[in-house]
Design a protein. Structure first.
Ligand code: IMP
Length: 191
């Protein structure tokens, strides 16, 4: 089974990617290759951050690798939090602080349409490849469910009655932004 290094310190993302791709590839973590580093993400687009993270780890490790950058884009907030999804409520904020902030901003707002967008940047033999995955849905008014991470408790994907935080992982991964981007990458690698 081929190895591929995932450039992330986010253990939730690592678990999801292993669930999605683990039968076809051995997904290595940074810990598996003894890399203990902060990964910079200072770009102003999701694509830019995915590329920055992947090249940083490629330079540190010399290995083929990939990175994921994700944003929640809310229509009524002109696409915010978008590229700032991780630190929307401020430096060092928690997932819960971010949810509180978007729920406050959406108070009394009718249009609650949103999407998650992931860009995966794969560096294979020194060349960059980008893959995008997107899922549309709505932001509900109160948190529901305890699984998943980030904004999952308030994201209801279109066509479903459970939030991402209420779904079993296989269901989220089967329809999610990350699942869709990772499946495209897998097709590119395995042909
Ligand atoms: P980043 O890709 O690490 O910059 O992720 C940005 C932020 O988006 C994370 O800190 C989470 O709050 C959120 N996020 C990323 N992926 C997901 C997901 O699958 N579900 C819910 N929130 C997510």
């Amino acid at each position: 089974m081929p190895d591929l290094l995932f450039a992330t310190n986010n253990q939730h993302k690592l678990r999801e990617i292993r669930d999605i791709m683990g039968l076809q590839m051995r997904i290595l973590s940074l810990k598996d290759v003894n890399l203990d580093v902060e990964i910079p993400e200072t770009q102003e687009t999701i694509e830019g951050n995915a590329s920055q993270k992947a090249w940083f780890i490629r330079e540190q490790s010399g290995l083929n690798c990939f990175a994921d950058d994700t944003g929640l884009e809310i229509d009524a907030l002109d696409g915010r939090p978008g590229v700032y999804s991780a630190r929307y409520a401020g430096e060092g904020c928690s997932f819960d602080d971010n949810i509180t902030k978007i729920l406050l901003e959406l108070k009394g707002v009718e249009n609650r349409k949103a999407c998650f967008r992931t860009v995966i940047c794969l560096i294979l033999d020194g060349k960059e490849h980008l893959f995008e995955g997107r899922v549309d849905g709505t932001i509900i008014k109160e948190r529901k469910g305890i699984d998943g991470f980030g904004y999952d408790p308030v994201f209801l994907p279109d066509g479903f009655t459970q939030t991402f935080a209420e779904m079993p992982p296989y269901l989220k991964n089967g329809i999610s932004h990350r699942g869709r981007a990772a499946t495209k990458m897998l097709k590119r690698i395995t042909g």
